[in-house]
Design a protein around this ligand. Sequence first.
Ligand code: SAH
Ligand code: SF4
Length: 415
Amino acid sequence: MNKSDAERVASLLQSIGYKATKTIDQADLIILVTCSVRQSAEDRVYGLMRQIKKLKAHNPQLKIVLTGCMALRKESIKRLKDIDVFLNIKDLPGLPKLLNKKSEQDKIETYFSIKPQYESSFTAYVPIMTGCNNYCSYCVVPYVRGREESRSPQEIISEVKGLIKNGYKEIFLLGQNVNSYSPKLKIQSSESIKDFPDLLEQIAKLTGKFWIRFLTSHPKDLSDKLIKVITKYDKITEYINLPIQSGDDQILKKMNRGYTVAHYKNLIKKIRQQIPNAAISTDIIVGFPGETKEQFKNTCKLFEEIKFDMAYINQYSPRQETVAARLKDNVSKAEKKRRDKVLTVILSKTALANNQKLVGETLEVLVDAKKSEYWLGKTRTFKVVKFKSNKDLLGKFVKIKIARAESFGLWGNLV
Ligand code: SAH
Ligand code: SF4
């Protein structure tokens, strides 16, 4: 989401005459696109501000703008005394005025109508909605990003069409909960896009060779219709990020997640029956207030059972605005770290076993980086593949025969 915000910030600045510098110390203007989901993300900004303060001492003209979630938290605003402008990202079209610059973009009315300056020439992030209505008890997002708002399907499809025309190969549709996408319909017809599966289907029908990915799916809203659409279109990749957060029903209730472990397992069963080669990743919070060792063990059991391909494991971090912040953060830092490690060990084992099944197979890979003598790419299932080649393959689809598996990567040879 922040990458996507930054791409719109970059294009707006370019339109009023700014150019990107190679290093931060050459800049006349620094824009920080921030995240508040955990304290550690905010701490990185506080750390960076110490460096920026020194730059400001040498260059009094230097302007600092802070946007993203921290711009909307009273606590951060109070602490960040050296910021010149706090900008709600929704008010991005007004930035030129705040910088005393005249802009062509004065005519631009909304954030979404700013055309992004995509960082990559083959991967693009396309937000389909903003905000969130779920109020999970630990989460700051609804407080800083506001209520859920769905972007119009016409606007999304026209952005995607433009991307495809320009040769983009991988399109990420973004939302905190893509499965609750519900655009306001001007005219109701049988052709109308009413929900997320409809939107996916319309995008998948566009001509061209590209992959569609999407983030994030909330287990309470992932529908049978979505699973069907994934199976129906080759362009929709079979990678599903389905955050469970905890493998214990009582903790899930305290988190206000709105589903049970049984519901989640049933979903996974349906996905695996209908999309046999799907890769599934999850998000987890360890050390939620009051999480006992027994309750944590239920998360371990779930990990053993589901055999995730990937998991983003987070140590609980209290966020002032939230309901959970009123509960005692009584799991020690050391214990959170231990639980994080225990889950990582199980994950490494299950991910390795899943990857080993791919040895000998030939997979389609989108090449997205080069590190020393190896090309890196991703499979449809979002697994990292490394291989050697003398050709320039960046941004291209290739076929790779998998030779060796690791927990979080595959090695292979170009076919
Ligand atoms: N909308 C997505 C996730 C958004 S935040 C969803 O519902 O799954 C990304 C991840 O950050 C969450 O999945 C959660 O695991 C983690 N997270 C959010 N708030 C947190 C907190 N207070 N402490 C630790 N991790 C947190
Ligand atoms: Fe936060 Fe829950 Fe919304 Fe995800 S669904 S952004 S975790 S409140």
